[in-house]
Write a new protein. Structure first.
Length: 342
């Protein structure tokens, strides 16, 4: 992250009261960590997991500006309680595991759609100035319940800018790929399998996915809050990962640490999974612009004069530049060292 961006973040978030829903999750806790370096007035960590809240509260014992609130975005009255007096919201609370949402689709609706609407309504009622909704590439041409609910969520946050009662609240979304090292993602799972001398389970070696680091994800999210004018969808320019390359990197890493060379167990695609992911719909091509390290789908062409129109009609993980095997090796190594420290 450049010095200029760091400075603009510190200026923007200084003395602000900020609510982070899903604040104890992989992304939420990193957003909180970054915000504490910006001298905020208060950061409210809102989540439903009391164990994670307890652990995180101990970590932030010397940060009086970081406060913790237990609850669920499904509870409209609790959301309203916490939004009152807030300047900025980062909405990271979601059900994100594809198989879980496939098995429990209405639960996904309750959290990802209805919970999001509760955040929007409270933000408009209490005139929160900026709301950033965290979305996913699975919202594009969705084939599963998780993606479908996140697509509706995107539309809710976009339309909120045109809502009749809305006088002061600006909303936008950021569309993520897979986040490297996040809870439940493929690399930590495979690393655990390797260390336990279990076969590496893979759905399809030809499968590709967009990947971004947690640092990149958080940087995009915070920059979106600063740059947004309302209605945008911001997308990081990401590299892609082919699972076959990841398997090769794990074999090489096993040799380096003198671990048993892992067997491979191909389990096939899970219900609702695609072979390749997309980051934009074809119909979004006319509204697609770029600026430095990200793309933006704009509700109006001249909303951001500094952004440049880009001709990109087929942005899929199959066509995107691939992460090198060397970079994958380094990511596995870093994750192993982090895991070992715990």
């Amino acid at each position: 992250m450049s010095k200029q961006i760091e400075t603009s973040m510190k200026t923007f978030f200084r003395h602000k009261t900020i609510l982070v829903t899903g604040g104890t999750g992989s992304i939420g806790r990193q957003i909180v960590k970054k915000l504490t370096a910006c001298s905020p007035k208060k950061v409210i960590v809102f989540s439903k997991d009391d164990s994670k809240q307890y652990m995180m509260k101990n970590e932030y014992a010397e940060y009086p500006e970081v406060v913790f609130a237990l609850g669920d975005v499904r509870d409209a009255s609790r959301v309203r309680q916490l939004v009152k007096g807030v300047d900025i919201i980062f909405h990271a609370a979601a059900l994100k595991q594809v198989p879980t949402c496939e098995d429990n689709p209405f639960e996904a609706v309750q959290t990802n759609i209805i919970g999001g609407q509760h955040v929007i309504e409270a933000a408009i009622e209490y005139e929160v100035s900026h709301v950033v909704n965290i979305s996913t590439d699975k919202a594009v041409s969705p084939t599963n319940a998780m993606g479908a609910t996140k697509l509706i969520s995107e539309k809710l946050f976009s339309q909120a800018n045109e809502s009749i009662p809305n006088q002061k609240t600006k909303c936008c979304s950021v569309r993520f790929g897979n986040v490297l090292g996040s809870r439940g993602s493929v690399i930590p799972i495979m690393l655990q399998q390797l260390l336990n001398e279990k076969p590496l389970t893979v759905t399809d070696p030809h499968m590709t996915r967009f990947f971004m680091s947690i640092e990149e994800a958080v940087s995009l999210t915070l920059q979106a809050a600063i740059m947004m004018k309302g209605g945008e969808t911001f997308i990081l320019k990401m590299e892609s990962l082919q699972l076959a390359d990841l398997l090769k990197a794990f074999h090489e890493y096993a040799a380096q640490i003198n671990a048993k060379s892992p067997d491979i167990l191909v389990v096939g695609k899970r219900p609702g999974e695609k072979l390749h992911e997309e980051l934009t719909f074809p119909h979004e091509a006319d509204a697609l612009f770029e600026h430095e390290q990200f793309y933006a789908i704009l509700p109006r062409p001249h909303l951001h004069p500094a952004f440049q129109k880009v001709d990109l009609t087929n942005y899929t993980s199959k066509e995107a530049p691939l992460i090198t095997k060397e970079k994958l090796f380094h990511i596995i190594e870093q994750l192993h060292h982090t895991h070992h420290k715990k």
